[in-house]
Ligand binder design. Structure first.
Ligand code: NIG
Ligand code: FE
Length: 424
């Protein structure tokens, strides 16, 4: 049995309480439910009590000796951060393409010439299960060091049934072996593999008839995602793929309006997607329809930054009533980072979001985007004891002192996994 953990005297304990039943929208995204001189007792992997230090002192005085006490004075305590959109499991690296892009080539040109997703697909197909596991585990360790305790992970670099299953199985094994919880998404429709270049509809049929049923049968994913983009999958193909997923119990997600406006946001609303992600070029109509249909916008400002494109308009989406979550999009092509705190900085600087909104977006709304808000995303009694402690006095400073890893301590399921900024 691990000892109880008692975090005391947080200068700000941002609980994010009150948003578990539905995604947080509008002005509520600015409400962090902060407790000053905050205190929290974690035991049996679960949050047992949250309040001021004075309140918890009354309650736990007698048991103080049993607990590992963490003095959080001068520090910010938040729910463990949640990354709701990653391409975690992959092999290889694309720094050559980075250099090509710096010299003027576009992301789509590189992909259409057989690089991009195709290059990572070749590397991922060639990698053994063990190699994929080892490389992805390193990334997970880095996520943990950046305060992240839950990640969504997509397949989509296999593009054959066997290779997609390999990625998803690695994700499942990592979920079991690593402190970070992984929620899996099947993304067989990430690119049309070169073998099907002349007949993309035949590949769509394979995704629908062979891959989705098998992934669902093995319970390897919760979500089904598609890259709906001109030159990749059309809105019609995307709709067929997402509807097929729904028939097998896989909830729809969509890479929408990333490079060009393509009515991806509208499609997300029409199929009742849990989230539409990217949305750099989403139309006003699409944004309106997402708000009405309750589709969460998962925004990825690191991708816009890294592709040197204009960011999604997070400000407009929030003002129009869309629930916004934020994510790294961690992948080897368009956003090779694990620093969710940096992405939050970009949310403020490039998407017009407030420091409070980006924290809501990376915790409770991120939890909703992967259907985990009943157990993570806020510091409330009964939820998993997933907590991040930053070496800054308040949430404003976390955004102001940007690009620095301020994580001091991470607790996952009640166990200290990062201490003094290092893996414990
Ligand atoms: O979210 N746009 C499609 N998928 C990823 C990039 C994948 C890659 O380039 O390897 C994204 O940007
Ligand atoms: Fe992505």
């Amino acid at each position: 049995m691990t000892k109880p953990v008692w975090i005391r005297h947080a200068s700000q304990l941002a609980t994010l309480a009150g948003g578990s039943s539905s995604p947080v929208v509008g002005a509520k995204m600015n409400e962090l439910s902060i407790i000053e001189d905050g205190s929290i007792w974690l035991e049996d992997g679960v949050i047992q009590r949250v309040g001021t230090d004075e309140e918890l002192e009354l309650h736990y005085r007698e048991r103080a000796k049993e607990a590992q006490i963490i003095d959080a004075s001068g520090k910010l305590v938040t729910p463990g951060l949640i990354d709701p959109h990653t391409h975690l499991v992959h092999a290889g690296s694309r720094q050559n393409e980075f250099n090509m892009r710096l010299n003027g080539a576009t992301y789509m040109e590189i992909m259409n010439n057989g690089g991009g997703i195709h290059s990572t697909t070749a590397a991922t197909r060639a990698a053994t299960h063990e190699e994929l596991f080892a490389q992805s585990k390193q990334r997970l360790d880095q996520f943990l060091l950046h305060g992240v305790t839950t990640v969504e992970a997509k397949s989509g670099y296999g593009l054959t049934l066997e290779d997609e299953l390999k990625q998803l199985e690695v994700a499942r094994q990592l979920h079991e072996a690593h402190p970070i919880d992984i929620v899996s998404t099947f993304m067989g429709a990430h690119a049309v593999p070169r073998e099907y270049k002349e007949n993309p509809d035949a590949f769509v049929d394979v995704v629908i008839e062979e891959m989705i049923p098998e992934v669902a049968r093995r319970k390897l994913a919760v979500f089904n995602d598609v890259f709906c983009e001109r030159g990749v999958f059309t809105p019609e193909q995307s709709r067929r793929i997402l509807e097929a997923g729904v028939r097998h119990g896989l909830l729809p997600k969509i890479h929408a309006d990333e490079i060009e406006p393509y009515e991806g946001a509208e499609l997300a609303a029409s199929v009742g997607a849990v989230s539409a992600d990217h949305l750099l070029r989403a139309s006003d109509k699409g944004i309106e329809q997402m708000a009405e249909a309750g589709v969460i916008a998962v925004l990825l400002p690191g991708t816009a930054f890294f592709l040197m494109a204009e960011s999604a308009n997070g400000r407009k989406m929030i003002d129009r009533g869309v629930a916004v979550a934020i994510s790294t999009d961690c992948n080897p092509g368009s956003s090779p980072t694990v620093s969710l705190p940096l992405i939050m900085n970009l949310g403020c600087l490039k998407m017009g979001m407030t420091p409070a909104e980006v924290l809501t977006a990376a915790t409770i709304n991120a939890a909703h985007a992967i259907r985990c808000a009943h157990e993570v995303g806020s510091l409330e009694v009964g939820k998993k004891a997933d907590v991040t402690i930053f070496d800054v006095p308040d949430f404003m400073t976390l955004q102001y002192r940007y690009g620095i890893n301020h994580v001091n301590t991470v607790i996952k399921n009640g166990t200290i996994v990062v201490a003094e900024g290092r893996l414990a």
